[in-house]
Write a protein that binds this ligand. Structure first.
Ligand SMILES: Nc1ncnc2c1ncn2[C@@H]1O[C@H](COP(=O)(O)OP(=O)(O)O)[C@@H](O)[C@H]1O
Ligand SMILES: Nc1ccn([C@@H]2O[C@H](COP(=O)(O)O)[C@@H](O)[C@H]2O)c(=O)n1
Length: 205
């Protein structure tokens, strides 16, 4: 099994890069563990309080469960992946059964912050993008997909998203084997990543 970590700021294009890698590899060979699925549940808090959580701090993620799941997949065992809603800021009662695959991608803003996770990764990628482009994309996305207003997005950006990016996310660039500028539009980088994965899969078979 090849474990790949893909980090980068919010709106940098991580999900797009993952999607394009999957499209280029044989069907059914990749499992994805989105860090966002592992946001803590906080069901005991009222919605207004949950919406105020600092979702860009490492403590907001149940990394213990993410590491446990990754280790299980590595041992060839399936996992029950949580489902998280950005609208309710809660985990669903249901889970997704994820089977072990030749390639497992762990994707998320904080994916390279945890030493234990990094140690499990065979390849570490940081998707890089200017902050103004990221903010522009996040405003559009959060309004359409996450039910937010422009004002709410900008308040959150100023209060938590930007400071946490500078404190926790940007510094993890130093752990990356590959830094991808222009995210999902970087055809060459996606080609290089796909070739690396294919080469390693052949060697391991
Ligand atoms: N290179 C790009 N140019 C323009 N828009 C992009 C680009 N990459 C991603 N997007 C768009 O920006 C938004 C965030 O991209 P996404 O891949 O979900 O980022 P992330 O997973 O890092 O938050 C999506 O709506 C996506 O379609
Ligand atoms: N309930 C939540 C939880 C997290 N966020 C934000 O999502 C961003 C990370 O997701 P990406 O797809 O952009 O990597 C992060 O900046 C969190 O603030 C949210 O909006 N609502």
């Amino acid at each position: 099994m090849l474990i790949i970590g893909i980090a980068g700021g919010t709106g940098s294009g991580k999900t797009t890069v993952v999607r394009k890698i999957i499209e280029k590899l044989p069907q059914g060979e990749v499992a994805v563990l989105p860090q966002d699925s592992y946001y803590r549940d906080n069901a005991d808090m009222p919605l207004e309080e949950r919406q105020e959580i600092n979702f860009d701090h490492p403590d907001s993620i149940e990394f213990e469960l993410l590491v446990k799941h990754l280790k299980k997949l590595k041992k060839g065992e399936p996992i029950d992946q949580p489902i998280y809603s950005y609208l309710t800021c809660l985990r669903s009662e249901e889970t997704i059964l994820v089977e072990p695959k030749e390639v497992v991608i762990v994707e998320g803003i904080l994916a390279l912050t945890q030493p234990e996770l990094r140690d499990l990764m065979d390849l570490k990628v940081f998707v890089d993008c200017d902050a103004d482009d990221r903010l522009n994309r996040v405003i559009k996305r959060d309004i359409i997909e996450r039910g937010r207003s422009v004002e709410k997005v900008l308040n959150r950006y100023e209060k938590t998203v930007k400071p946490m990016h500078l404190q926790f996310i940007e510094p993890t660039k130093r752990y990356a084997d590959i830094i991808v500028p222009q995210g999902g539009n970087n055809v060459v980088a996606i080609d290089i990543l796909t070739h690396f994965i294919e080469k390693n899969l052949i060697v391991r078979m």
